[in-house]
Design a protein around this ligand. Structure first.
Ligand SMILES: Nc1ncnc2c1ncn2[C@@H]1O[C@H](COP(=O)(O)OP(=O)(O)OP(=O)(O)O)[C@@H](O)[C@H]1O
Ligand SMILES: [Mg+2]
Length: 249
């Protein structure tokens, strides 16, 4: 079964180009599905429609079989979202802030210590979130994203700005969360990260899905005499540039 299904989703913002144009996207339950595309391609907007932050102008989105527009509150108990460079940094400890989020989600308080352990934050639970290093702070935001035991977790550039070691730790954590049964949609500008983590990938450019498949299938799309062993970066550059050239023409 698919955990998330977007059908013909379009969205425009006042004064701007169309951010999403008839997007169809399905994320299989249990997948780590990558959503890759240039800056401004529509990734965050699409995630917004899936978590109920952004209402599409046209089309529908279903999460775990529920229409997001019609069952918003129910859907919001089933999903959560983590963004890179998440803004809110309070002068309270990791455990206090997670307790606050547990209350917000009506989650059992035992879940706070569970997510602290799962994310490796247990030893730092009494530290102020504002004083954590970027890598640990990002793990804190992932802990927050897990507080309601989401069936689907949306990770919007979760490793942006992290050093090599911290990014590796976050990737390991993403794998572990997925092993425990959580479906994940991941956006990233790091092709290596997408290749390491994602079972399936959709490429988006100028608000349109331009290709989809597992990394090997995507590479097969651009393989040729001039490019006998394409990397995911080659796939990205070829397919998104083609789309942008057509859109600008
Ligand atoms: N609230 C908004 N108001 C107006 N325009 C918006 C709004 N949100 C997004 N846009 C526009 O919609 C388009 C898609 O933006 P979006 O943030 O979804 O891209 P993205 O793929 O997430 O990019 P990035 O890789 O930079 O995060 C862009 O042209 C952006 O300027
Ligand atoms: Mg974005």
């Amino acid at each position: 079964m698919d955990a998330v299904v977007a059908r013909q989703v379009s969205k425009s913002f006042a004064g701007g180009r169309q951010a999403l144009s008839r997007v169809d996207l399905a994320i299989a339950e249990g997948a780590i599905h990558g959503l890759l595309g240039p800056n401004g391609a529509g990734k965050t907007t699409l995630i917004g429609t899936m978590v109920g932050l952004t209402a599409p102008d046209e089309g529908t989105v279903e999460v775990c079989g529920l229409d997001v527009g019609r069952h918003l509150h129910r859907v919001q108990t089933l999903v959560n979202m983590v963004r890179g460079f998440s803004g809110v940094i309070e002068k309270v400890t990791a455990r206090e802030l997670l307790t606050y989020y547990a209350h917000l989600y009506d989650a059992p308080l035992a879940r706070v210590d569970e997510v602290l352990r799962l994310t490796g934050l247990w030893e730092r639970r009494h530290q102020e979130v504002a004083l954590l290093s970027s890598g640990w702070r990002q793990r804190f935001f992932i802990a927050k994203g897990l507080i309601n035991r989401p069936r689907v977790l949306f990770l919007d550039e979760p490793t942006v700005g992290l050093d090599v070691d911290a990014a590796l730790a976050v990737r390991d954590l993403i794998r572990e969360i997925n092993r425990e049964g959580c479906t994940i949609l991941l956006t990233t500008h790091y092709m290596r990260e997408a290749e390491d983590l994602c079972s399936t990938i959709a490429l988006i450019a100028d608000g349109r899905i331009v290709a989809e498949g597992d990394p090997a299938a995507l590479k097969a799309l651009v393989r040729g005499p001039d490019l006998p062993a394409p990397t995911l970066e080659d796939v990205f550059l070829r397919l998104t540039r083609q789309t942008l050239e057509v859109a600008d023409a």
